[in-house]
Design a protein around this ligand. Structure first.
Ligand code: TYM
Length: 322
């Protein structure tokens, strides 16, 4: 049975790009019974220096995952830093990772291009991510397209390690579904915490309605036929949150002419809001039950740590550390 693993960094509030790109595929895969999902708080160190913020985002993401359907009876769920063994593996594999590989990382180059002063953590981030994956003998990693290069790097690192010290790491593969590889944000670019263009999974109704009604469309009149209806941002988002026939109906009416952008956006908001309604209810219940959430994360950390200890023992032996 393939082992599935994925992580999310607690550097902000989760948005529907995270949900459709990674969480929903991961939740579908948990039925297979060998799923490992974690909150990557060590990763947030490279972008966030606010301790209270880190704690709050970590908690929030735990609630979000559970509310959206992560089932602790099927998936191991923990906070990354509860298994500090990952830092040791980061060092062991990092010592074999070529500088050139890390210098080619898009995420690092993008940050440099934006004028962000680079630090060791930002540079070494893909090695920590590789350790996250390799520590748990992962076969499949469901992620959005922005993580593809990190998975390629993970494979390169694992292969090099195995060639150097003998076969002891599982070489993983990414799982990126075409239709949700890049969920667009309010401005049409990739939806991202750092671009300020997000639609949150959970949030205040009024503020979210305002965001969606504020989507910028072109100046064509409602009556004008729109042959490019499939490229319309609201139509693309509607396809995620509405039943297929409903989304197709909106698209056809837009293409034919007669549907105004205001009505399209209103429809998008309603379907978005209803899509997440059951999860909202579940999340409110979880907020009222903090002991349950603590217990889930504690159990998950214990199970994750047992796997981590075995891998690390194997890797240490392979490279001659005791
Ligand atoms: P993060 O926290 O930036 O994003 C979490 C997941 O959401 C996906 N995603 C998207 N997918 C489609 N469209 C979008 N607009 C969109 N925005 C985000 C991301 O691709 C990701 O799958 N480094 C990782 C976290 C991580 C990890 C790991 C993931 C740490 N260790 C090991 C997998 C395995 C990150 O920062 O993702």
């Amino acid at each position: 049975m393939p082992r599935v693993l994925t992580g999310i960094t607690p550097s902000g509030t989760l948005h529907i790009g995270n949900y459709f790109g990674a969480m929903r595929p991961a939740i579908e895969l948990q039925a297979g019974g060998d799923a490992y999902y974690f909150i990557a708080d060590y990763h947030s160190m490279t972008v966030l220096t606010d301790p209270a913020g880190r704690r709050a985002y970590t908690r929030g993401i735990a609630l979000d995952w559970l509310a959206c359907g992560l089932d602790p009876a099927k998936a191991v769920f923990w906070v990354q830093s509860d298994v500090p063994e990952v830092c040791e593996l980061t060092w062991l594999i990092g010592s074999l990772t070529p500088m050139g590989l890390l210098e080619r990382a898009h995420s690092y180059k993008d940050k440099l291009a934006k004028g962000i002063a680079p630090n060791f953590g930002l540079f070494a981030y893909p090695v920590l991510m590789a350790a996250d994956i390799l520590l748990y003998n992962t076969h499949v990693v469901p992620v959005g397209k922005d993580q593809k290069q990190h998975l390629e790097m993970t494979r390169d690192i694992a292969i090099k390690f195995n060639l150097t010290y003998g076969e002891c790491l599982v070489v993983p593969e990414e799982r990126i579904a075409d239709d949700v590889a890049v969920i667009p944000g309010l401005d049409g670019q990739k939806m991202s915490k750092s671009y300020g263009n997000t639609i949150e999974i959970f949030g205040d109704e009024k503020a979210l309605r305002k965001k969606i009604m504020g989507l910028v469309m072109d100046s064509r009149t409602p009556q004008e036929p729109k042959p490019d209806a499939d490229k319309n941002l609201a139509v693309q988002l509607l396809k995620l949150v509405a039943p297929a026939d409903v989304a197709a109906d909106y698209e056809n009416r837009l293409r034919a002419g007669g549907l105004g952008y205001g009505d399209l956006k209103k429809g998008l908001f309603e379907h978005y809001w209803n899509h997440f309604a059951p999860y909202r209810t579940r999340r409110a219940e979880l907020v009222g039950n903090p002991d349950y959430v603590d217990q889930v994360l504690r159990d998950g950390a214990g199970r994750a740590r047992a796997v981590a200890a075995q891998t690390l023992a194997r890797v240490r032996t392979a490279c001659g550390i005791r």
